[in-house]
Design a protein around this ligand. Structure first.
Ligand SMILES: C[S@@+](CC[C@H](N)C(=O)[O-])C[C@H]1O[C@@H](n2cnc3c(N)ncnc32)[C@H](O)[C@@H]1O
Length: 231
């Protein structure tokens, strides 16, 4: 039986949740708090793919505040995709498609300049066959990215748990940023670490604990660049 957070990898769970909670709701962080990082790594004229977009207002923020022109959103829940298609029918910059991130065969290889994931790898890692599903997801993201394209992973997963998974899947070159969990829309006077400055990252990620101390109260933002030549 699938129980609790294990169900986060299942479409029926999300269909039920989005039927009962139409939102909008953003997991972890909103566009406004992450916009400095998005602006740093994602040019506005690129095609961008948001995987597991849910009913989050993040993509709307990218278009309305960030000036992004082409943001394609996919989710495994048909309930949320129907609702978002309806909500944004007059916004040509925002497209919504029902799709499983583990099988994006509807997209040609090298279709997108950037892929953004806020909470979707984390959900898949909660479910059954998590390691296998996460690998399929990461390989598909790699495939649809252009060479030198970036996969931006926003997660609660510390480097100890995420670096090995990322490195075992594909030849990413990886940078790490952090943002305080309770980052408010006002800029903090004393952030634990400057958002746009990458954290020193060694092979096993232990340098992050050395820099921030153990168990810092942050969300991690992995910037994974596709390096075809290194694969
Ligand atoms: C934790 S929510 C995050 C939603 C949104 N990205 C945000 O930041 O608010 C995870 C989302 O991933 C979607 N999801 C789960 N498994 C998926 C899969 N295999 N393919 C596509 N989307 C999936 C869920 O339907 C849900 O909308």
């Amino acid at each position: 039986m699938t129980t609790g957070t294990q169900a986060y990898g299942e479409s029926w769970y999300w269909d039920n949740r989005y039927t009962n909670e139409p939102g909008p709701f953003d997991w972890y962080q909103k566009y406004i708090t992450l916009s400095p990082i998005i602006n740093l790594y994602v040019p506005t004229n690129q095609s961008i793919l948001v995987v597991g977009s849910g009913n989050s207002a993040f993509s709307e923020g990218m278009v309305d505040e960030g000036g992004y022109m082409d943001v394609v959103n996919i989710d495994i829940s048909s309930v949320v995709i129907d609702a978002m298609q309806n909500k944004y029918q007059d916004r040509p910059q925002l497209k919504y498609m029902k799709m499983d991130v583990r099988d994006m065969s509807a997209f040609e290889s090298e279709s997108f300049g950037s892929v953004i994931d806020k909470g979707t790898l984390d959900s898949i890692l909660c479910g059954n066959n998590s390691r296998q599903n996460a690998t399929k997801m990461l390989e598909e993201i790699w495939r649809v990215l252009k060479d030198k394209g970036v996969y931006i992973l926003v997660t609660y997963g510390a480097p100890l748990y995420r670096l090995r998974l990322l490195r075992d899947s594909c030849s990413w070159s990886i940078k790490l940023h952090v943002i305080e969990k309770l980052a408010s829309e006002e800029k903090s006077d004393d952030p634990i670490w400057e958002l746009t400055k990458p954290i020193p990252l060694n092979n096993d990620g232990s340098s992050v604990d050395e820099t921030l101390g153990p168990n810092p109260d942050v969300h991690y933002i992995y910037i994974c660049t596709k390096e075809i030549s290194a694969n």
